[in-house]
Design a protein around this ligand. Structure first.
Ligand code: CP
Length: 312
């Protein structure tokens, strides 16, 4: 099956079948990456623009590598190196870039809906690499790939997401993806960092990490998104860490098989201890590694590929 869509703007738009197709295609790319020649010709002669208006290490680097492994010509742009700093609007930037005829544009921006604006202005495929606190679909897809690789399934998994859910695009995309694929999601954090009425998305809410840890197959820590917090939502970081940091003490009653995840960047000692982040239960490095193949799969499928083509 091919993915019959121009853009990847959010998990909200994807069906369970499309998510499965992306994960299966990423499986095929995992095998491609073991070959002596790791390049495939899908995007030969085509241009991919990596347009990051907001900071990124993981997403930006893995999209650049993914496009290069698919043989694309890659252009990297940041806000500071674009004419946005001279007052050009995002729509004018989109029209200017479209005139250069790219095949795909990947955008990260602090404004929710920015990827949708690019998609309605440009004829090329648009991939949302994070738009404000709305969605980060490729992070959720690589998270699902990593959970499935580590546990053999997604359906029926008990996944706890701990931290600043209110400001997190990673939480939003993971909630949508995990519930579509049949996982059971519990959100854990202080009341001020959990959106009201979020249970309507088919998730449970807890303010007590100790209640949730023993049932969890996967525990995902999220950082506090200070750059998006306007008011005083926490009495103190110290109190927050005592209640919600993943460490040997708070994980004492976890299953022996529990897996720990974090999308990064981490604030060690705040939401996760160094011993847990670097310990044997951690999938954090696998998440980064899988980001590359999942993003290759997304660029490949949006360019009309289907994973049968990748078989020897
Ligand atoms: N998880 C994530 O999006 O990381 P970066 O901000 O480094 O891309």
């Amino acid at each position: 099956m091919a993915i019959n869509r121009k853009d990847l703007l959010g998990i909200a738009d994807l069906s369970a079948d499309e998510i499965s197709e992306i994960l299966s295609t990423a499986d095929a790319f995992k095998e491609v990456m073991q070959r002596p020649i790791r390049k495939v010709p899908t995007l030969r002669g085509k241009t991919v623009i990596n347009f990051f208006v907001e900071a990124s290490t993981r997403t930006r680097t893995s999209f650049e590598l993914a496009a290069k492994y698919l043989s694309a010509d890659v252009v990297n742009m940041s806000a500071s190196s674009s004419s946005l700093v001279k007052g050009e609007t995002l729509v004018d930037t989109a029209l200017t870039l479209q005139a250069l005829n790219p095949r795909v544009l990947i955008i990260r921006h602090n404004a929710p809906g920015s990827a949708h604006l690019m998609a309605s202005t440009m004829q090329c495929s648009i991939v949302n690499a994070g738009d404000g606190q709305r969605e980060h679909p490729t992070q959720a897809l690589l998270d699902l790939f990593t959970m499935r690789e580590a546990t053999g399934r997604i359906e029926g998994l008990n996944v706890a997401i701990v931290g600043d859910i209110l400001h997190s695009r990673v939480a939003r995309s993971n909630i949508l993806a995990l519930t579509k694929m049949g996982a059971k999601v519990t959100l854990v954090g202080p009341k001020t960092l959990i959106p009201p009425f979020i249970e309507a998305y088919g998730v449970k809410v807890s303010h007590d990490l100790a209640d949730v840890v023993p049932q969890a197959d996967i525990i995902m820590a999220l950082r506090i998104q200070w750059e998006r917090i306007q008011e005083n939502l926490l009495p103190s970081i110290r109190e927050y860490s005592t209640r919600f940091c993943l460490n040997e003490k708070t994980l004492k009653h976890a299953k022996k098989t529990v897996k720990i995840m974090h999308p990064g960047p981490m604030n060690r000692g705040v939401e996760i201890s160094p011993a847990v982040a670097d310990g044997p239960r951690s999938l954090i490095t696998d998440q980064v590694r899988n980001g590359l193949i999942v993003r290759m799969a997304i660029l490949f499928l949006l360019s009309g590929g289907h994973h049968g083509e990748l078989e020897n």
